[in-house]
Design a protein around this ligand. Structure first.
Ligand code: GDP
Ligand code: CA
Length: 314
């Protein structure tokens, strides 16, 4: 079975571990969000690609959900001693090696997709990891109050804790970006496409903003997993992103936001089972089950339910 998954960072990576467990023989292609990418200290950092790569490659800091296991922070302390900025983004010593090598390879002329392949040779994630695009796309946030001001998504998310409301979220460069080599083929060739419980705005939304990707996905059988349980994002601040685009923080509203043209099936938590009767989800097959990715068995059960529903709807 060929499965293609659109992926953000932590939510996607956890789900993918469960998916590999539920479908050990499947050929999995992951299309990763690059809208969170940022250049820091001259190095290109791709947080979502790395979270997926480290998680599936068993190099992740499991408590945190991002960054490398058993990290140390000497380089960061040295940069701080120089007064280098930004001081609000944490990169560990082990993690730095990834960004140094990535930047070196990009500078030598390799596209991000080829660089990601090189990095994955070490991590052997057991899935093909493709950036959504080789062209730079960066999510920027226009702050709602005070002087009109736009900051990089990471500055809003990490430094400001998504505290000031966002008036607009823009995937800068997306309209001109081309899907990376292999992306459209992986969608076309897939038996089914899954949306893990990733941020619908700045993870999946950004991938879908790359011209051609949404249309290719819409042509497939797609099952999504709600990132919202009982009206709250389980981890993180996805509610701040949903508010910015005028979508309620509810499983039903997120499913309706994707819409029946894009998703065929929508998994919600047991707490949200009334979503099945929501008029906004008419035409979408809704199933309720526990969606908290507590541990590997619980997560594999969610992945299995997504696969079963997709096979049923094909
Ligand atoms: P990020 O790029 O690291 O923010 O990660 P993603 O975009 O892949 O996923 C983040 C989203 O995952 C969060 O906004 C949560 O709504 C969702 N999430 C995190 N943990 C869980 C969980 O255990 N169950 C479900 N259903 N959603 C989760
Ligand atoms: Ca992310």
């Amino acid at each position: 079975m060929r499965i293609t998954v659109l992926a953000g960072g932590v939510g996607a990576a956890r789900f993918l571990r469960g998916l590999k467990h539920a479908a050990p023989d499947a050929e999995i292609t992951v299309i990763g969000n690059t809208g969170d990418d940022i250049t820091l200290y001259g190095l290109r950092v791709c947080p979502d690609l790395d979270t997926v790569m480290y998680t599936l490659g068993r190099g992740i800091n499991t408590q945190q959900g991002w960054g490398r296991a058993a990290e140390t922070f000497s380089v960061r302390a040295e940069l701080a001693a120089y007064g280098a900025s930004p001081e609000w983004f944490t990169l560990g010593d082990r993690d730095f090696a990834t960004h140094i090598l990535r930047s070196q390879l990009l500078a030598s002329g390799l596209p991000l997709s080829a660089v990601t392949e090189v990095l994955c040779r070490r991590w052997r994630p057991g899935a093909r990891l493709l950036p959504m695009s080789d062209d730079p796309v960066e999510t920027h946030i226009t702050l709602a109050d005070g002087e009109p001001r736009t900051v990089h998504f990471q500055e809003w998310w990490v430094r400001m804790g998504a505290e000031p409301a966002a008036a607009a979220i823009t995937a800068v460069g997306a309209a001109r970006a081309r899907p990376a080599p292999g992306v459209l083929d992986a969608i076309d060739a897939a038996d089914l496409v899954l949306f893990p419980p990733s941020n619908p705005v700045v993870s999946i939304g950004t991938i879908l903003a790359v011209p051609g990707i949404a249309a290719a996905v819409a042509a497939k059988t797609v099952v999504g997993v709600s990132p919202i349980i009982g009206g709250a994002p389980v981890r993180g601040m996805a509610d701040a992103c949903l508010a910015a685009i005028g979508v309620d923080t509810s499983a039903a509203a997120v499913g309706a936001h994707y819409g029946r043209d894009l998703v065929d099936g929508w998994l919600v938590d047991d707490t949200d089972k009334s979503a099945a009767d929501d008029p906004g989800l008419a035409g979408i097959e809704v199933r309720a089950l526990p969606l908290y990715m507590r541990d590997l068995p619980a997560t594999a059960a969610i992945a299995r339910a997504a696969l079963d529903l997709a096979v049923e709807l094909r």
